[in-house]
Design a protein around this ligand. Structure first.
Ligand code: HEC
Ligand code: HEC
Ligand code: HEC
Length: 199
């Protein structure tokens, strides 16, 4: 009984069958249970994400009196109102002060919020970059106001701009300053702030 003239085809079919079964087996083992091939992700990632700790609390959370003693709550509330009404209203406290997660977890204080001493906090957004939209206010040492006060990047931005409402200035805009000194009327306290800054 010689081998069938089609045995090479049977062998090939056998190999293909083995590959197909192997593929289906691996696929079965590799595809996660909740995989949705329409959406191309595991549906239970949604639940897993919900279980991650909430690292960012949002501005209301920072201003809430639920956490703070009266006087601290007041200082937060005051900043909250300033920010909400300012050009910085799109920012969250945590842009500058770091995630609330690093400050409090489950009602326990775990650290002090980030203190900002350096200009980097401002320059992260306001450094003048070609890639930034031109209309976005970028720090320029040669703008009218900064040139007037001879500000360069070694000045502390927060000495003039209130970080919670950057239009609140410790110095008057140059036009006011110029006209105030023309009239010899520098007794409004603001000019004093200006000269302190320039010292
Ligand atoms: C653009 C950055 C920025 C944002 C946004 C910001 N802060 Fe501040 N914050 C600062 C800086 C800078 C200081 C330090 C000011 C100084 O030293 O004069 C400060 C100081 C404070 C202080 C005083 C801390 C102390 O020890 O005296 C409180 C309270 C505060 N911020 C709360 C908030 C709250 C609440 C929000 C959100 C509603 C917020 N800040 C948003 C930059 C920011
Ligand atoms: C997370 C980004 C971010 C950070 C950090 C930030 N700013 Fe701003 N700033 C903005 C946005 C957004 C505006 C509003 C821009 C607009 O109105 O087009 C703004 C507006 C301003 C303006 C008003 C500019 C104008 O049009 O007259 C000043 C001044 C300013 N910021 C200063 C600061 C200073 C000082 C700091 C640091 C204490 C700081 N900013 C930190 C995003 C930021
Ligand atoms: C000596 C005070 C002073 C210092 C320090 C200072 N600024 Fe200003 N800045 C001003 C004044 C005044 C204006 C004009 C505000 C106005 O006309 O409403 C201004 C305007 C701005 C503007 C609006 C665009 C422009 O240039 O007119 C931006 C953005 C700004 N400052 C960012 C910064 C940043 C970032 C720093 C820190 C590197 C900084 N400033 C440091 C006084 C200061």
């Amino acid at each position: 009984m010689g081998s069938s003239p089609r045995s090479h085809i049977y062998r090939l079919l056998f190999v293909l069958l083995a590959v197909a079964i192997g593929f289906l087996g691996v696929r079965y083992l590799a595809i996660p249970e909740s995989w949705d091939s329409q959406k191309s992700y595991r549906l239970n990632t949604l639940d897993e994400l919900k279980e991650l700790p909430m690292r960012i609390g949002g501005n209301e959370g920072c201003a809430s009196s639920a956490c703070h003693e009266d006087y601290v709550a007041e200082s937060h509330q005051q900043r909250f109102e300033l920010v909400a009404d300012s050009q910085h209203r799109g920012l969250v406290c945590e842009n500058c002060h770091g995630p609330v997660w690093d400050h409090a977890q489950d009602g326990e204080v775990v650290g002090y919020p980030r203190e900002i001493k350096e200009n980097e906090a401002c320059m992260a957004c306001h450094q003048s970059l070609l890639s930034r939209p031109e209309a976005f206010p970028q720090f320029r040492a040669d703008s009218v106001a900064h040139a007037y006060y001879e500000v360069d990047a070694t000045f502390a931005c927060k000495d003039c701009h209130d970080p919670h409402d950057p239009k609140l200035l410790a110095v008057p805009p140059p036009e006011d300053e110029a006209s105030a000194s023309d009239e010899g009327d520098a007794d409004d306290g603001i000019a004093t702030a200006a000269s302190e800054v320039q010292e």
